[in-house]
Design a protein around this ligand. Structure first.
Ligand SMILES: NC(=O)c1ccc[n+]([C@@H]2O[C@H](COP(=O)([O-])OP(=O)(O)OC[C@H]3O[C@@H](n4cnc5c(N)ncnc54)[C@H](O)[C@@H]3O)[C@@H](O)[C@H]2O)c1
Length: 339
């Protein structure tokens, strides 16, 4: 089959992960162009990825690069106009989460996807490709825990990265917009329903800088779905032991827990610290397989001209839920979620 020629936009923290996967690990794809507003990242593309067709301007890449598909890993506020421009230029599109940072932006992306049903549009909720989450979903679909009625999701970043989060806090949109979107997506996926009400709160005991930025270092939200199912999301930034991502799905006939110990691997160390299982260090390590598998799926969809399971409306809904959560957190009472 003909290879899909890809241009990537954004070569920051996550852009480099995607770019390396496309360049070296995905048989059906060729990384042929790159775009970034940071000159050092274009140099990285040339030296480390062997990509010589590089652009400082996104529209220049769309107009001049010989590409079938665009992978968008830019700053979140840039996603939606870049999605629309790429689809209008006749390209398949992968964008990382979130879809957009306002509802208006999300609607712009929805309209562009509607205009181009023949082009693949892929939204990167990579946890849906993580082998353990996929296995859990297969079990649920096979009836292993009966009807799922509650999801408890935990996502705590390592304390080792907290200074970055403090710096970003004034412009991050708050802990729920910044951190909870994957947990919100998993809750919708596992419960098979959308929340209609949320009550959220937060706390800070370690880094007062978060309070000064009108944010918190820990956030908790409870959701109620139209069918009565319940979601509980706990996000934070101060896990001293590493990166803690854990999800529990409770059903009428049993419970599934994905990563109840956020272990680095199966190795236990027996030494003068006791019996220790090390923790995974951060998202690039925990979800390395998931990032590769989601990109493989995007390339496969683009080659076949089909659409993936997650669509643009899932992106809008998760953004709306994150905004309603932030509103509840700021107002201090439960908020209805209207779609
Ligand atoms: N799926 C996940 O687990 C996950 C993890 C981290 C980040 N993300 C998402 O990935 C995106 C990037 O995050 P990051 O941490 O890599 O950010 P980053 O700040 O490290 O990188 C952002 C990149 O975007 C580029 N950029 C910004 N505006 C641009 C423009 N107009 N044209 C071209 N390039 C532009 C910058 O040059 C930089 O290369 C964000 O939307 C973030 O939410 C997702």
């Amino acid at each position: 089959m003909k290879k899909i020629k890809v241009g990537i936009a954004g070569l920051g923290r996550l852009g480099k992960v995607h770019a390396n996967n496309i360049a070296y690990k995905i048989a059906g794809a060729d990384l042929v162009a790159a775009c970034s507003i940071v000159p050092a990242e274009l140099e990285y593309a040339q030296k480390e990825l062997g990509v010589h067709d590089v652009y400082a301007d996104y529209n220049d890449m769309l107009a001049n690069a010989d590409i079938d598909a665009v992978v968008i890993v830019t700053t979140s506020s840039q996603h939606c106009w870049q999605i629309a421009a790429a689809l209008d230029a006749g390209k398949h599109v992968f964008t990382d989460k979130p879809l957009g940072v306002t509802l208006e932006e999300c609607r712009l992306a929805e309209d562009a996807v509607k205009r181009h049903p023949d082009k693949t549009f892929f939204l990167g909720f990579m946890r849906r490709f993580d082998p353990s989450y996929v296995y859990a979903m297969e079990k649920i679909r096979a009836g292993a825990i009966g009807k799922p009625y509650m999801v408890k999701a935990t996502g705590i970043d390592p304390e080792a990265l907290v200074q970055g989060a403090i710096k970003f806090a004034p412009t991050s949109g708050g802990i729920f917009i910044d951190m909870a979107i994957h947990d919100i997506d998993l809750m919708r996926w596992f419960l098979g329903d959308d929340p209609v009400e949320v009550y959220a709160m937060g706390s800070t005991f370690k880094h007062p800088e978060f309070k000064a930025a009108h944010d918190d270092e820990t956030g908790v939200a409870m959701y109620k779905c139209a069918n009565g199912a319940i979601g509980f999301v706990h996000v934070g930034r101060t896990a001293p032991y590493g990166y803690h991502v854990e999800t529990e799905v409770i059903g009428t006939e049993g419970t599934l827990r994905i990563s109840p110990v956020p272990a680095k691997n199966l190795c236990m160390i027996y030494d003068n610290n006791g019996v220790v299982q090390e923790c995974v260090s951060g998202f690039p390590e925990r979800f390395a397989d998931a990032y590769r598998l989601e990109m493989e799926n995007f390339i496969d969809c683009a080659a076949k001209g089909i659409q993936p399971e997650v669509n643009v409306y899932d992106g809008t809904k998760s953004t709306q839920i994150a905004f309603a959560t932030t509103e509840s957190y700021r107002q201090g009472h439960a908020v209805s979620i209207n779609y």
